[in-house]
Ligand binder design. Structure first.
Ligand code: HEM
Length: 396
């Protein structure tokens, strides 16, 4: 079936759970069938851009494609995330303020803590001989590292585990998710008031800097500052948990790759990039068309919604040879779009890479041999990919 532009119509609904890797298989099949589709599986039909070259080009056309919609599967979200959903100058001035907290230097500054906490958490589970990584460790660790990054007490981690769990169990929908949003905003409201009463060092304490009369962004209201904090929580914690899930699922099921990384830990950074290509957690970035455009023959109209298929681009054989294979010697791994591209490229990518790298190294130092618990069938969440669980076992 085609629609008037000649573009094939896709009914594929990416919001449902399925076996691990099933969403990549669906996205790859659509990419090979055609470069563009019209998808009618939701209440808001959208254009799908499936191939690497086109996805990269469109990501870099913010004058046509607005981030006010950043997810084609749920374009009518109630919260306007900041900086995620901002465009133009409004977006850039906020990014300039936020970048320093997530720069390579900031991440290096937390290295000792990052290693120590990873060792402590691995030491906690090692004697057990097994754990569900996605349920526990994989969310606990990024939560603590995020809190440390913005100068909040890591002891508050357990509260966030509960809230993030509720937010992502049903992807922002339902009363539990709404209650979690309210609790996160409340938490930061209290923290802002606390900093107003007693400012901390603006070099290390994010909120004190944001409220600082000289160094802080005076144009940012308290409500917006709370939204920024909520946006960082929603953008950074579940994604890193998902990343750890896919990385460890792969290593549990590919003992040769695992042994290579155990024996040659210097290869871990290269491996992380290849994992971010192979297992794109963000299936797609949504965009709103701002003005009519003929995109390689596809007539898009102002107001249309677009799916920029990061996952299908990252497995596009036109760009990556044998794209479904994990290859440490791939020459162009670094061209992957797992963290996006252009002005909205992931704010937390250095932090995320570092967290995953530290966990892989520290885990392998203590637990070099592990496998999936017998009889496990891994299930991935639809919409924004994550494994629902990852039960691992090892000789205790
Ligand atoms: C493996 C983990 C992660 C992955 C795969 C990931 C992926 C992405 C992608 C693809 C985008 C671009 C979205 C777009 O263009 O619309 C993005 C944006 C963003 N990410 Fe990440 N991310 C990860 C971890 C983090 C972390 C740890 C943080 C911070 C704590 C973070 C904060 C953000 C923010 C704030 C944005 C919006 C940036 C902007 O619009 O300027 N992310 N991320």
């Amino acid at each position: 079936m085609t629609e008037p532009s000649g573009c094939p119509v896709s009914h594929t609904d990416y919001r449902h759970d399925g076996p691990m890797l099933s969403h990549y298989a669906m996205a790859s099949a659509e990419r090979e069938a055609a470069p563009f589709h019209r998808n009618d599986s939701t209440n808001h039909p959208f254009w799908m851009v499936t191939r690497y070259e086109h996805v990269l080009e469109a990501i870099q056309m913010p004058e046509y494609f607005s981030n006010s919609v950043s997810n084609a599967l749920s374009p009518d979200r109630k919260v306007r995330f900041m900086p995620n959903n901002l465009d133009g100058e409004e977006h850039l001035r906020l990014r300039r303020v936020l970048n320093r907290w997530f720069s390579p230097a900031a991440v290096r500054g937390l290295d000792a803590l990052a290693r120590q906490r990873a060792r402590d958490l691995v030491e906690e589970v090692a004697p057990l001989g097994g754990t569900d990584l996605v349920e526990g460790f994989a969310l606990r660790y990024p939560t603590e590292m995020f809190l440390a990054t913005i100068g909040m007490p890591v002891e508050d981690g357990p509260k966030f585990l509960e809230w993030v769990g509720a937010l992502f169990a049903n992807l922002y929908k339902g009363p539990e998710a709404e209650a979690a949003v309210a609790s996160i905003l409340d938490y930061f409201d209290g923290a802002i008031e606390d900093r107003r009463r007693g400012p901390r060092d603006p070099e290390t304490d994010f909120l004190s800097r944001m409220l600082h009369p000289e160094h802080g962004p005076r144009w940012l209201s308290k409500e917006d500052l709370k939204t920024v904090c909520l946006s960082l929580v929603t953008a950074g914690l579940d994604t890193t948990r998902s990343g750890l899930g896919y990385v460890f699922a792969h290593l549990a099921e590919h003992p040769d790759d695992r042994r290579t990384l155990v024996e040659q830990p210097d290869l871990v950074p290269k491996a992380i990039e290849e994992f971010m290509r192979l297992y794109s957690l963000i299936l797609q970035e949504g965009r709103l068309v701002l003005k009519d455009v003929d995109f390689h023959g596809l007539p898009m109209k102002a107001g249309d919604i677009v799916w920029l298929g990061i996952a299908s681009a990252n497995r596009d054989p036109r760009k990556f040879e044998c794209p479904d294979e994990f290859r440490l010697d791939r020459p162009n791994t670094g061209h992957h779009l797992g963290f996006g591209a252009g002005v909205h490229r992931c704010l937390g990518m250095h932090l995320a890479r570092h967290e995953i790298e530290v966990v892989v190294r520290e885990w392998h130092r203590r637990i070099p041999e592990y496998a999936l618990a017998p009889g496990t069938a891994l299930v991935e969440r639809g919409h924004q990919l994550s494994l629902r669980s990852l039960p691992l076992v090892w000789p205790a």
